[in-house]
Unconditional design. Structure first.
Length: 565
């Protein structure tokens, strides 16, 4: 790294520099203490520590290419995907960890050396784009970014003579033959088999809870991970029952079933899955979701319409180990333990089940998915009927959002990002992803790379699985000791306990229907106040229409009718 000559700096510049260093030191200290608390300090520090004796590479001696990376991460230990310069966070972001891994592997050559010298993360010169921005705690199994990376392909004789440097992307089809065809003395280079194993390289550096799954180089000419993505798929996981199930006391009043919407009998602390499914299907189509998101005035949005392709509640294969006490004799005698299919009195009980809310859409607003799930939980607990979805989507009669809490972030996963062929309407991803086991020059090496990925994911799964078994066994043990009959206190009808998707619910007073609650400010009021604070005039409707038209041409807008599956 080039040294900085401070002798030429004035007092104001030196003061700014000291403040930057102090801020960076504070961030580093907070991150360190956070990692100590998570007991993963050694792993992360070792993986991102610069190599001993590492030398800077000369970008002019290497070819580069633009690729897309598909990667996954477990989000509990991270402050979301996006890194914001000057934003101090106790936990690292996915972007900064990924950037440091790319730099350590010398796969990228950022051009903003001044920013890097001050400890900032800079993607300048990397042609970097990202698909979905996940919040703190949210995981992703199909996140996609696009960027320019170093290639293993050697410079041609012509390139060496002209010293064109790393800006030479020699992977378009017109130059393929002239540079490496049969009429040239240069060897033929296979753009996949002879290329650097990007996934393997990065996975050897990244912490175990961030894994590169695939890469793709056969990209459209104007590819953008953000604007070329036509569909984003999310999943939100939850359990039924939402809270610890109770055992009957023999008191008919205490054992009374809770009437959910539609007269479906459900046990206290259990969710009415049928009602939730009814509500979920009402999200499908093109709707204004201003009442199902968090308004961000800095974006100055005036159009909150988004298209939902698919929305449903789906049951996962039940696990027989955790919380097995709920399958005991006492529950069998009680019966009516809700299994998501409208179980009635007298039927055998089943173990707690895991469900997922599956959501496919063109694009999503700020916190939109977590707001949508919050409404489903209110329906599942019998506090609202499924038609509450229609009422919230009817912005003529409900132009401002009622006050309500969104759900926990940890169960949410950005499952996949879809880049379909714009000429087709089947919704399938058209990118030719190169997964572990399909790369490298020899089959033996490719299979080894595949096993290395699976082995690292197995270790992560095994660690969490053992934690689950231990916690479940302890739960079973406590349930089997002492008094085997109990009921919840206070009763759900007297003091509602709302499920927000986390480990425990929120106790509230008498429930107030959403449509009867106070409303937030209209988005136009919020936008105008933010504009006044920042000292600019909000755009007129005509200017907004012009801007929308320009963006629509650039990103194949989510409202266009040419891609309605």
């Amino acid at each position: 790294m080039a040294s900085i000559d401070y002798s030429t700096w004035n007092a104001e510049q030196l003061l700014a520099r000291v403040q930057t260093l102090e801020r960076n030191l504070k961030v580093a200290n907070e991150k360190y203490h956070s990692l100590v608390a998570s007991k993963d300090t050694a792993t992360l520090e070792k993986s991102l520590r610069p190599l001993r004796g590492a030398k800077e590479l000369d970008p002019s001696k290497y070819t580069t290419r633009i690729i897309a990376l598909k990667f996954a991460y477990l989000g509990r230990k991270y402050n979301g995907l996006e890194y914001a310069s000057g934003n101090i966070t106790a936990q690292p972001t996915i972007e900064e960890v990924l950037w440091k891994a790319l730099r350590k592997a010398k796969l990228i050559f950022p051009s903003d050396e001044e920013a890097i010298a001050t400890g900032e993360i800079s993607w300048a010169g990397c042609d970097y784009t990202k698909c979905g921005r996940t919040d703190k705690g949210v995981s992703a199994f199909g996140q996609v970014i696009g960027l320019r990376v170093r290639s293993h392909r050697p410079l041609s004789s012509k390139q060496k003579d002209e010293t064109t440097g790393s800006k030479q992307d020699s992977f378009d089809s017109e130059r393929e033959t002239s540079l490496y065809g049969s009429d040239d003395v240069e060897p033929v280079f296979d753009p996949v088999m002879d290329e650097l194993p990007y996934g393997q390289i990065l996975n050897n550096i990244l912490p175990s809870d961030i894994r590169v799954l695939a890469w793709c180089s056969d990209l459209p000419q104007d590819f953008s991970a953000r604007f070329s993505c036509r569909e984003r798929r999310y999943r939100y996981f939850f359990t039924n029952p939402a809270f610890a199930p109770t055992i009957a006391s023999g008191d008919p009043a205490a054992d009374e079933m809770v009437n959910a919407p539609g007269e479906t009998l459900r046990r206290e602390n259990h969710l009415d899955i049928q009602a939730m499914q009814d509500a979920a299907k009402r999200y499908e189509g093109l709707h204004d979701f201003r009442n199902l998101c968090k308004i961000d005035p800095s974006k100055q949005l005036t159009d909150f319409r988004r298209r939902i392709f698919h929305s449903e509640i789906r049951e996962l294969d039940p696990s027989k180990e955790p919380a097995a006490y709920a399958t005991g004799q006492a529950f069998s005698e009680l019966g009516a333990l809700a299994n998501g299919n409208g179980t009635t009195h007298g039927e055998m009980s089943v173990p707690p089940k895991v469900f997922e809310f599956v959501l496919h859409g063109s694009a999503f607003l700020y916190h939109q998915v977590r707001h949508m799930v919050a409404i489903l939980f209110l329906v599942g607990q019998g506090l609202e009927t499924p038609d509450i979805v229609n009422k919230l989507l009817d912005t003529k009669n409900c132009p401002q959002k009622p006050w309500y809490d969104m759900v926990d972030d940890a169960p949410l996963v950005l499952w996949d990002c879809i880049f379909p062929d714009l000429d087709g309407k089947d919704g399938h991803d058209s990118l030719k992803w190169i997964y572990a086991g399909q790369e490298s020059g020899t089959e033996c090496r490719a299979l080894k790379n595949k096993y290395a990925l699976i082995d690292s994911l197995w270790k992560t799964w095994h660690k969490h699985k053992i934690d689950e078994v231990l916690a479940g066994s302890l739960l079973n043990l406590a349930a089997s000791q002492g008094n085997l009959e109990w009921v919840s206190t206070p009763r759900e009808a007297e003091r509602p306990r709302l499920s927000l998707g986390g480990d425990s619910g929120v106790y509230q007073g008498a429930y107030i229907q959403l449509m009867q609650r106070p409303r937030g400010e209209h988005f136009e009021v919020q936008n105008a106040r933010y504009a006044a604070k920042k000292g600019f005039t909000p755009k007129s409707e005509e200017e907004l229409q012009q801007l929308r038209s320009t963006r629509r041409d650039k990103r194949h807008d989510h409202l266009e009718e040419d891609y309605v599956r």
